[in-house]
Write a protein of this length. Structure first.
Length: 256
């Protein structure tokens, strides 16, 4: 059974005057998919995988360029496979969301409340099957960037951001890996990279404060567990783990 529900709601507050239309473009292929979309606000964009300008990081690991292309009939979000569950809410104005889910048994939940947030999610390469991935993203605030690129099976990520101008970039190439991230504050930068792994690396990080910079790299066939909990401002944290002779493409957190 295929069940696809598209719900678009546009409201205008007497205190905020918003103009522009919401744009939603989705291609869904397969069976037993459940897709629920709520858009509350104006000028929100959902769909597409192309970017007007490529994602670029500055010398301080802060994203300097992240410009999704406007969704259209030739630039659409993709759900490809069976038994996918996708639930999205955009509540606010001028939010951008891009996603491309390739494979089976994926579950993706996203809630964005605020204005001018940008989210990009890729699960697997085009044409590949990545089974049993579960992704949860919650953003409450404005001007936050969230980019996730997941390329293995069995990945579980949970992200909750409360605040403004935070940036989180995650790359997972480790089967059955797990990342749980909670950010409360403003202008924090987090970069997470997981590669290879045996049964899966684990990362748990909780950040409370402003202008914190964190970089984690987990590599090697011996699984590692990293647990970071920081409270305060202007902390700079770098954690690297591998059972190989050296970290590949070593990164270092830069003070904000």
């Amino acid at each position: 059974m295929k069940q696809v529900l598209f719900l678009f709601i546009i409201t205008f507050s007497s205190f905020v005057f918003a103009t522009g239309e919401n744009k939603v473009y989705i291609e869904q292929t397969g069976s037993s998919n459940l897709i629920t979309i709520d858009q509350i606000g104006a000028s929100n964009n959902l769909g597409g995988t192309a970017q007007t300008n490529s994602l670029v990081y500055g010398t301080d690991n802060v994203i300097t360029t992240f410009d999704p292309a406007v969704p259209s009939a030739t630039n659409y979000a993709t759900v490809n496979g069976s038994t996918n569950t996708l639930s999205i809410l955009q509540k606010g104005d001028s939010n951008w969301m891009q996603y491309n889910i390739q494979g089976n048994n994926n579950s993706y939940t996203n809630r964005v409340t605020g204005n001018s947030n940008k989210v990009k999610l890729t699960v697997g390469a085009v044409g590949s099957s990545k089974n049993a991935n579960t992704i949860s993203e919650i953003i409450n605030g404005n001007l936050n960037f969230l980019i996730q690129n997941l390329t293995k099976n069995g990945i579980n990520t949970s992200t909750e951001i409360t605040g403004n101008s935070n940036q989180l970039s995650t790359e997972l190439n480790s089967a059955t890996a797990s990342i749980t991230t909670t950010v409360t504050g403003n202008s924090n930068s987090l970069i997470n990279k997981q590669d290879v792994g045996g049964s899966g690396h684990i990362l748990v990080q909780s950040v409370t404060g402003d202008y914190n910079s964190i970089v984690t790299q987990q590599q090697g066939t011996n699984d590692s567990t990293i647990n970071i909990a920081t409270t305060g401002n202007n902390n700079t944290i770098t954690v690297r783990s591998t059972n190989a002779s050296a970290i590949v493409n070593e990164m270092t957190a830069v003070a904000r």
